[in-house]
Write a protein that binds this ligand. Structure first.
Ligand code: ADP
Length: 591
């Protein structure tokens, strides 16, 4: 309300000054006007008196003065031509001789000279200030006077009236001014409040638009400005949300650091890669202590872009690219190369493994072939060498076949065509082949099928391959007198069934157990090769089972036996026609 008060004070000052001026000016004018009228009046009275006196030259001047004074209500003085006072309504007869000669009185002298004389001065005979008007007559000078104190009374009473009316007018004007200044400032105050709210970020506030004129225009402009501001902010917010969502969904880790080395923003990927779970902002010193990361950050903060360069942080291979920001901060992009590098390593190992696996039989074949070229070999030895060549060629074929199977499953070119398969029947089938392969019959082969899970939902050809590989391994690594058992079990929580092979064989040491499903991994390479293993059997099993959305597990105790089992998810109650014809059948290479 400060504006209203200032307006009010301004108006009040102007009105008060006006009132004072009106009172002062009107008071003065009134006094002048009154004096002029009184002078006129006295002049007329003096002329009348002079005329009257001239018409009665023998009358008693003394009596005339008293009669005229009584009739007019003013002091009347009759002055003889020589200046003597010969009649005065205010003095008794006997006092007249004692009065001063009036010939030198200014009004008397003026009347004697010009006919009429006016003077306002102190009266020596009465002792107060009087207004004198003198008129020349044939017998002397007739003078009428009045005390100015009377005039003053009239003026001051009139002035008091003016003052009172001015005060009333002033009060009314001030009340009106108060109302007016409030009416003028109220919309401005409202605009100010709305502007403050807008500046403080409350974009929902709008002026009421009730004011007219310039203030109304200002209100409308502010209304429009608020609308535009809100729309712009909404757009900005949407853009920022979009950007934030895009950054969050990035597979790359992104983090922004300000000029004071505080991490201001980082997306989920960056949190995961750097294992940073504290809320932002936090100091960049709390990031993992990696030299390359720190160097890249320091360089970018100094305005120098860097990268991409590779480092290993928290067992993850990261490619780091750093860029300076305009405001002195920096942004770091982290690309997780762990899987790529691991895959490259696997690929390298794989090529080395394959080369190594193929090299041995090739060397053997080459050696025997060279020896066979010589003619002088006994027939028995020749047959023996040819057999060795056949065995090694067979081994190479098995390796190549296994590799082809693996690559077909892995490349996604093959999809299982599952149905409910009778496990006991399939196991019996494979057992007879295994018995043929291991002629000593020293291992007992049995089935232990859970009556609640007599079948598993799997591609029959793939399941046959899985069971063949597992039974082959079990038979191979179980000494004479042992037992190999094919079993099924209901999946506990999951809808599906387990199928596996348990043996009482040599077992696998714990440090090897987690790696037996890797390609070419063998606990005892020499023994495996001698037994005709390729090192790929369990890798094929794992891939086949995972293609069914299942999983494989192995438990083992060295010297006591091994259990390898595969979980197959339950299938639909009735497989649809489309599903039955959709997938290409999986071609299995013989054992
Ligand atoms: P391989 O052709 O050598 O058998 P696998 O991939 O089938 O290759 O098996 C990998 C390795 O796991 C084998 O070399 C062997 O050392 C070990 N292994 C697999 N099954 C058994 C088992 N039932 N008992 C003991 N060791 C086993």
């Amino acid at each position: 309300m400060r504006l209203a008060r200032r307006l009010f004070a301004g108006f009040a000052l102007v009105i008060t000054v006006l009132a004072i001026l009106v009172v002062a000016i009107s008071g003065q004018r009134l006094a002048r006007e009154l004096t002029a009228r009184e002078t006129d009046q006295l002049t007329r009275e003096a002329q009348l008196l002079a005329t009257e006196w001239a018409q009665q030259p023998n009358a008693d001047a003394e009596a005339l003065a008293h009669t005229a004074g009584g009739a007019l209500g003013h002091r009347v003085t009759l002055i003889a031509s020589d200046g003597r006072v010969i009649g005065d309504s205010e003095f008794a007869d006997d006092a007249l001789p004692h009065l001063e000669n009036h010939a030198t009185r200014p009004e008397v002298a003026a009347a004697r000279a010009a006919g009429t004389g006016v003077a306002t001065r102190a009266s020596p005979s009465r002792g107060d200030t009087e207004l004198y008007v003198a008129v020349r007559s044939a017998l002397g000078v007739a003078r009428v006077s009045v005390s100015t104190a009377q005039l003053g009374d009239i003026v001051s009473s009139a002035r008091n009236d003016v003052l009172l009316s001015a005060l009333i007018a002033l009060a009314a004007a001030l009340a009106l001014t108060f109302a007016f200044s409030r009416a003028v400032t109220q919309p401005i105050v409202e605009l100010r409040d709305v502007a403050r709210s807008l500046a403080a970020g409350d974009l929902a506030r709008r002026p009421s638009l009730s004011a007219t004129g310039e203030v109304g225009d200002l209100g409308t402009a502010m209304h429009r400005m608020a609308e535009q501001l809100a729309a712009r902010l909404r757009e900005l917010q949407a853009e920022q949300d979009l950007l934030a969502a895009a950054i969050e969904s990035l597979h790359e880790g992104l983090l922004a650091v300000d000029a004071h080395r505080n991490v201001m923003r980082l997306n989920d990927s960056a949190r995961r890669l750097l294992r940073a779970d504290r809320p932002v902002p936090f100091s960049a010193d709390l990031l993992p202590r990696d030299a390359l990361l720190r160097e890249a950050l320091a360089a970018a903060l100094a305005g120098q872009p860097s990268g991409p360069s590779e480092t290993v942080i928290q067992e993850r291979t990261l490619s780091i690219t750093a860029r300076p920001l305009g405001d002195g901060g920096a942004v770091l992009a982290l690309l997780d190369l762990t899987a790529t590098r691991r895959l490259e390593a696997v690929r390298r190992d794989f090529v080395a493994n394959v080369s190594h696996e193929l090299k041995t039989p090739l060397t053997v074949i080459g050696g025997f072939a060279e020896t066979l070229v010589t003619d002088d070999l006994p027939a028995a030895q020749r047959t023996q060498f040819v057999e060795a060549i056949r065995v090694n060629a067979e081994r190479m074929r098995r390796i190549v076949d296994d590799l082809l199977d693996l690559s077909r499953i892995e490349s996604g070119g093959w999809r299982p065509n599952p149905s409910a398969v009778d496990v006991a029947a399939m196991a019996d089938d494979i057992f007879s082949a295994a018995r043929r392969a291991r002629a000593d019959n020293a291992v007992t082969l049995e089935t232990a099928v859970d009556p609640r899970a007599p079948t598993v939902y799997a591609d029959p050809t793939a399941l046959r391959q899985v069971l063949t590989n597992l039974i082959d391994n079990a038979v191979r690594y179980t000494p004479a007198g042992g037992t190999v058992s094919v079993f099924t079990a209901l999946g506990s929580g999951d809808a599906g069934a387990w199928v596996g092979v348990r043996d009482s064989g040599i077992g696998i040491a714990p440090e090897h157990l987690s790696r037996i499903f890797e390609r070419f991994y063998r606990v005892d390479p020499g023994r495996s090769r001698d037994a005709g293993g390729t090192g790929l059997g369990l890798a094929i099993v794992r891939h086949l089972v995972e293609a069914h959305a299942g999983r494989v597990e192995a438990d083992s105790a060295p010297g006591r036996g091994t259990t390898v089992r595969a979980f197959f998810p339950a299938g639909p109650a009735m497989p649809s026609e489309a599903e039955m014809h959709d997938s290409r059948p999986y071609a299995v290479t013989g054992p």
